[in-house]
Design a protein around this ligand. Structure first.
Ligand SMILES: NC(=O)c1ccc[n+]([C@@H]2O[C@H](COP(=O)([O-])OP(=O)(O)OC[C@H]3O[C@@H](n4cnc5c(N)ncnc54)[C@H](O)[C@@H]3O)[C@@H](O)[C@H]2O)c1
Length: 440
């Protein structure tokens, strides 16, 4: 079986590299020529841990082109992993999927082949595949679904920063299938790719589309619940958020994941998926109150942290705030909807505040976003030494190493949103504020 992957971005390049490393002949397509050239030169087109290693492991089985017809001719299965940006109304736009499918279906029309499988991996608003994408393939190709071609909706539940590891070891394979033959073919691919034995959920395409955004909405609900508990713990002496969430997480009905209590969620998926859930529910006359409340709590967490920072600023000569952490999580360069960025935007609304920032990977993206409105440190230590008030917004490994010798101002206040620091290594001049515990 030969595969093609349309869209060689953060998820597409990683998927293509995993397929090729596991023995499939893979042809990638992207409208970005630089990405195509990178793949053909054996280079990762985007940053993602282990991606370069997996491209190397593919040993010539991974190629890229800008020619959709070449991809259709040289593959049996096509994965579409192009962007689906949010529209104003909250739904995902399927514009890029349609653009790609028009070309692919035209090439399929002209190709001498009996059958092809189209796999939609991009996140879509429920209903999109059946209402818009399948009719498009049929009308442009003149061929018939479940006779000449099959369709699966098969999203991935990866996290940026661990995409390759997550692709190889998923908890769940979600497959919405146009018929059994289409689903069987896709399962056959994953049997070669996965290094574990994931639960395989097979269902109708529309059920799978609903499952995809529901899963992310449920996770964000857990995050917002844990954050509400953290806020409560800050108000009640003798409590500790980690004691409470660890106990809650030990119950199998809850599970410990995404139940830490700290900062708000962000990134390119969670906030958008929630908005899409609300818009989708509304289309069917349902008010998704729980999802809306989740987002409300999420927004509140930023205001809550900003208030805390302003409180510490008022306590001393702290008009310079050091922010460690700009990406929405460790091991990624992505700053989209990141708590670090949102906090900085809140702080910038106040007069006479200077902000200096550092992130192990996201400095370039932060510079493109904030320009000259903030200062950029050359290292973590440089960032810390320029301020007596520091906020840590991600659990980056580097930040966990902060120790007394990194601190220049006495006293210095460090607001540790994820409780990653060991206070005993900070010396007596540091006021260590753990979010989720009584702070002052
Ligand atoms: N990144 C994630 O964490 C993640 C997680 C789950 C799902 N997804 C979903 O996967 C999809 C892709 O996300 P991503 O993060 O990889 O996006 P990305 O922006 O990193 O990459 C998308 C790539 O598609 C290319 N592209 C756009 N239109 C094209 C076309 N017509 N033909 C060929 N290539 C085209 C772009 O040039 C780009 O390289 C989205 O629907 C996203 O919601 C992403």
């Amino acid at each position: 079986m030969r595969l093609s992957v349309i869209g060689l971005g953060k998820l597409g390049a990683s998927s293509a590299a995993c397929f090729a490393a596991k023995g499939f002949e893979v042809i990638g397509v992207d409208i970005n020529k630089d990405f195509v050239d990178a793949i053909n030169n054996g280079q990762a087109p985007v940053y993602e841990p282990r991606l370069q290693e997996f491209i190397a492991r593919s040993q010539g089985r991974l190629k890229a082109t800008q020619d959709y017809a070449e991809a259709i001719r040289n593959s049996d299965v096509t994965f579409l992993i192009v962007p689906t940006p949010s529209r104003q109304d909250g739904h995902f736009s399927d514009k890029y999927l349609q653009d790609a499918l028009k070309h692919l279906a035209a090439a399929f029309r002209d190709a001498p082949k009996k059958y092809h499988l189209f796999v939609i991996t991009s996140t879509v608003s429920p209903g999109t595949t059946g209402e818009s994408l399948i009719p498009l393939i049929e009308s442009v190709s003149g061929k018939k679904m479940n006779r000449d071609f099959g369709v699966c909706f098969n999203p991935e539940f990866i996290a940026l920063g661990s995409v390759i590891t997550d692709l190889l070891n998923p908890d769940l394979l979600l497959i919405g299938e146009s018929d059994k033959a289409a689903g069987d073919q896709l399962v056959g691919i994953y049997e070669k790719v996965c290094e574990n034995k994931p639960y395989i959920a097979r269902m109708s395409i529309i059920s799978a589309e609903i499952t995809k955004i529901s899963l992310n909405s449920y996770i964000t609900m857990k995050i917002s619940f844990a954050n509400t508990l953290a806020n409560l713990c800050e108000a009640i002496p003798g409590t500790h958020i980690d004691d409470i969430t660890k106990a809650l997480g030990a119950d199998r009905r809850i599970s410990p994941y995404y139940l830490k209590g700290g900062l708000s969620f962000g990134g390119p998926c969670f906030p958008r998926d929630n908005r899409a859930f609300v818009a989708f529910a509304q289309k069917y006359g349902i008010d998704a109150k729980l999802v809306k409340a989740t987002d409300e709590v999420n927004r509140f967490q930023i205001d809550h942290l900003a208030e805390k920072i302003f409180g510490y600023m008022a306590e001393g000569p702290n008009n310079v705030v050091a922010v460690l952490g700009l990406a929405f999580k460790p091991n990624t360069r992505v700053i989209e909807e990141s708590p670090g960025v949102k906090i900085i935007e809140e702080l910038l609304k106040k007069k006479d505040v200077e902000i200096i920032v550092y992130d192990p990977l996201a400095m370039e993206n932060a510079r493109a976003h904030f320009g000259d409105n903030i200062l950029y440190a050359s290292s973590m230590k440089d960032c810390l030494s320029n301020s007596s008030l520091c906020v840590i917004t991600t659990q980056a490994e580097e930040f966990k190493t902060i120790r007394e010798s990194d601190i220049r101002h006495h006293p210095t206040t460090i607001i540790d949103c994820w409780r990653i620091l060991d206070p005993s290594r900070l010396g007596r001049h540091v006021k260590h504020v753990s979010v989720g515990t009584v702070g002052r």
